[in-house]
Design a protein around this ligand. Structure first.
Ligand code: BV8
Ligand code: ZN
Length: 247
């Protein structure tokens, strides 16, 4: 992998780095992306299913979509990209993962400092009394119900809903205080998450994109590497190891 010199210089100086990730980092684990050239949901727009009105209109259909995705996620394992990000913790003072993914793969790969902007598919809660249900749910009536009679939904952020404030503020703080900000496997079209790339840029971070194709934020990146994150990120780990060994 040929990295440009300005990128390697930044890598050798950087103390605090952020990985802002999207569905693309989990693609090599077999989890389909939403958009992009191989996005499986290209025909079924996520905006139409991942919203509260769709859930109230047809909770069974929305649950079928989430159960299908859950079964894929349960079978999936962290890939070389997730593992490389976790390994960065051995080489930098502070590594923060700010993810739009709901699949838990960063945690399973061993990353410690993770902010989940769009929730987590493993958690569920009652829309009426807000009780959390993290264990097996009873789908015998099609849609799981709470003891209080309210419908249970997945604890993910749907379109039109606010992001969990602590997670988003943590993401903003990390973006404002990092030396390098990696944008990995995201089309960067969903806001306010995508705004973090601009926050990092305005705060003076060196922005690095890793994606199989150009995105809406490519033009503001200092370095862009086009290819699979499962190949590029391990090469970044090798590069930092080489730098550290020489010093
Ligand atoms: C909000 C969680 C305030 C659940 C998701 C008009 C203009 C601008 C904004 C808006 C607008 N109308 C509405 C909005 C706001 C809206 C929004 O941004 N809409 C856009 C789409 C127009 N945002 C919201 O509603 C947000 N909330 O604004 O609150 C508010 C509140 C009340 C009233 C008013 C305002 C909440 C958004 C949260 C949506 N939740 N998911 C679930 O997953 O079921 S969305 C969904 O998109 C994903 O889950 C993910 O979290 C998010 C981003 O997608 P990506 O991760 O980037 O994935 P994508 O498929 O797009 O891209 C994959 C990339 O990987 C591609 O680039 C591909 O090339 C690359 N790739 C593929 N393979 C690889 C790879 N790269 C590297 N290696 C590979 N191997
Ligand atoms: Zn309840």
């Amino acid at each position: 992998m040929n990295f440009d010199q300005s990128f390697l210089n930044q890598l050798s100086e950087a103390k605090r780095i952020v990985f802002f990730t999207g569905a693309g980092i989990s693609a090599e684990s077999g989890i389909p992306t939403f958009r992009g050239k191989d996005g499986i949901w290209n025909k079924l727009r996520p905006e139409e299913l991942a919203n509260f009105d769709a859930f109230m209109r047809n909770p069974k259909m929305v649950w079928e979509w989430y159960n299908h995705r859950k079964s894929i996620i349960h079978e999936a394992k962290p890939n070389k990209g997730h593992l490389a990000i976790a390994e960065m913790q051995n080489h930098f003072d502070e590594v923060t993962v700010v993810t739009q993914n709901i699949d838990n793969l960063h945690r399973r790969a061993g990353s410690k400092n993770i902010l989940e902007l769009h929730g987590n598919i493993e958690r569920n809660f009652c829309i009426k009394c807000k009780t959390f249900y993290n264990e097996e749910l009873d789908f015998s009536d099609g849609v799981p119900e709470c003891k209080c009679g309210g419908l249970i939904r997945p604890d993910v952020v749907w379109f039109g809903e606010y992001l969990p404030q602590d997670q988003f503020l943590g993401g903003e703080k990390a973006a404002q205080n990092c030396d390098m900000f990696f944008v990995v496997g995201t089309s960067a079209v969903v806001y306010p998450a995508a705004g973090l790339v601009y926050t990092a840029k305005q705060s003076g971070a060196f922005i690095v994109e890793v994606n199989i194709e150009e995105t809406d934020v490519s033009t503001i990146c200092n370095s862009s590497y086009f290819g699979e994150s499962g190949k590029i990120l391990p090469a970044v780990v090798e590069a930092i190891k080489n730098i550290r060994n020489k010093n």
